[in-house]
Design a protein around this ligand. Structure first.
Ligand code: HEC
Length: 120
């Protein structure tokens, strides 16, 4: 597990902290609303997104996923490509981790990934 330490002036840190404590943004289109619903159904048992029905605690809180530089405990840069690869097959990327491969099709995963990308 990798850990990044980011040192910031107090005001910048306080702004970051206040933003992290906010609920996740509300979906702004029907496609993103579908992504949120699918996320709650398939992923919410293990992940929390504050402000939604997803309240799982086994995996990381994803309320502000896109504010992170890396995912999977520093294993991957947090880019759309790596994020898609991770949710499609996390065991291939990090064997033995506690997120299972969910066997969702590309068309099922796409709205979920698009929704995740709004979680800034
Ligand atoms: C059975 C529980 C479980 C389910 C279901 C699950 N996850 Fe995860 N997820 C985890 C765990 C545990 C991790 C942490 C893995 C690690 O870094 O070792 C994780 C990590 C992640 C990460 C990386 C977050 C970060 O900051 O490192 C993302 C993104 C993610 N999951 C998305 C999803 C999506 C999208 C779904 C549904 C399609 C999903 N997960 C379903 C358990 C789960």
């Amino acid at each position: 597990m990798a850990l990044s330490v980011i040192a910031e002036p107090p005001a910048q840190f306080d702004a970051w902290r206040a933003a992290q404590l906010q609920k996740a943004p509300v979906p702004q289109s029907p496609r993103l609303a579908t992504g949120e619903q699918e996320f709650v159904s398939y992923c919410g048992i293990c992940h929390t997104v504050r402000g939604t029905m997803a309240g799982g605690r086994l995996g990381p809180d994803l309320s502000h996923l896109m504010s992170r530089h890396t995912i999977a405990a520093g294993s991957l840069p947090n880019t759309p490509g790596y994020l898609s690869g991770w949710i499609a097959d996390p065991q291939h990327i990090k064997p033995g981790n506690l997120m299972p491969m969910l066997d969702l099709s590309g068309p099922q995963l796409a709205p979920i990934r698009d929704y995740l990308e709004t979680l800034k």
